[in-house]
Design a protein around this ligand. Structure first.
Ligand code: SF4
Length: 353
């Protein structure tokens, strides 16, 4: 069964088209300080290599915006400036050529200032993400609902969308992130039924790797199943490259987008005579820049190994002493010493690119 996507308005962020019929775009965020130019550049390059297509960057001060032209000169990937509290930072970021700004209206919380940002965005042709966050809903709305309910998040989003519409700037996308998975799903559902603005989806403050991944997979997975979502981020307290790999795993599992190497590996058991965990982790990192979708089976022994390896585009089945390599269903290499099998598998993979 294919997931049916709800068609939204198309906008462009840098060279990337979002919404409409376009594929769901994978986003992450730099975790380096914007004062650290070289460290930020290194992380940005790693993110691009992993397949990240939009990168958000925290801009806490006006001076921090100086990193924008530097990064844009070095790497071709749209940058979204994350702005809170201070409208002057938003103006500076737009003047420095940022591809999009993300504002959290709850941390600006002033109609005149939000309208000034909208005017400037219109003037500089800068798309804007209106990022509602359950942790920073305006006080008057919190008072009305008692807490950051889905209805409160939607009312906040609609209010700020209207301010942008009043100014005549509708190159906007919206997010309604809560740390409560079910509230987040409900907020997106309601908002998607009321407008056709593109939506950036994710679960905010999702947590450390395992809990974050589980919460994001459930929340994002349900939204995608309902046809909601044009860009997504798996927020993790972890290396941002892991956020990108996780996002593609979710998209592959839903059949919505197939990019890169899809590894099928066994959980291992007492029959396994290699360090399969290490082999699989290394293989995943070493092949993460490959864009073509290929299924690779890495199996610990001869019980299920040959079967799975035959079904994949390429595969390896480790044995007691050596390994068998498969390509497109047939054995292409036999008797490969176990310590060489990963490299031989990679050679077979490159032949299919
Ligand atoms: S393939 Fe072999 S090693 Fe892997 S889980 Fe199955 S029986 Fe165990």
């Amino acid at each position: 069964m294919a997931f049916q996507r709800k068609k939204t308005k198309e906008i462009k962020v840098g060279g990337v088209s979002i919404g409409g019929e376009n594929p769901i775009i994978v986003q992450s965020m730099l975790k380096t300080s914007p004062e650290n130019f070289e460290g930020s550049l290194k992380q940005l390059m790693e993110l691009k290599k992993a397949g990240c297509e939009l990168v958000r960057i925290a801009l806490p001060t006006e001076e921090s915006c100086n990193i924008i032209p530097f990064l844009k000169r070095e790497v071709n990937i749209p940058l979204i400036g994350d702005i809170h509290f201070n409208t002057r930072i938003a103006f500076k970021a737009m003047e420095m050529g940022v591809d999009c700004i993300r504002i959290n209206p709850g941390t600006i919380n002033n109609v005149r200032k939000v309208k000034e940002i909208a005017e400037k965005a219109k003037q500089t042709n800068t798309p804007v993400r209106i990022g509602i966050n359950s942790g920073s809903i305006e006080r008057r709305i919190l008072k009305k609902y008692g807490r950051a309910t889905p209805e409160a998040m939607v009312e906040s989003a609609m209010y700020y969308v209207k301010l942008f519409e009043d100014v005549g700037w509708t190159e906007i996308k919206v997010s309604l992130k809560g740390s409560n998975v079910l509230d987040t799903i409900e907020a997106y559902r309601k908002f998607a039924s009321m407008t056709n603005y593109p939506l950036h989806i994710g679960i905010t403050e999702a947590g450390p790797f395992f809990s974050g991944l589980a919460r994001s997979a459930v929340g994002i997975g349900i939204l995608l199943y309902e046809g909601i979502g044009d860009t997504l981020r798996v927020s993790l307290t972890a290396d941002p490259v892991h956020e990108v790999l996780a996002a593609y795993h979710i998209l592959r599992s839903t059949g919505l987008r197939k990019r890169g190497i899809d590894i099928i590996s066994c959980p291992t058991c007492g029959r396994c005579k290699v360090n399969l965990k290490e082999i699989v982790e290394e293989f995943e990192i070493e092949t993460m820049s490959i864009e073509k979708y290929l299924k690779v089976a890495i199996m610990g022994c001869e019980v299920n190994g040959p079967g799975e390896a035959k079904d994949a585009d390429i595969g390896v089945a480790y044995g007691q002493k050596t390994a068998l390599i498969f390509s497109r269903g047939v054995v292409t290499k036999k008797g490969i010493p176990k310590d060489m099998a990963k490299d031989v598998l990679k050679e077979e993979l490159y032949k299919l690119l």
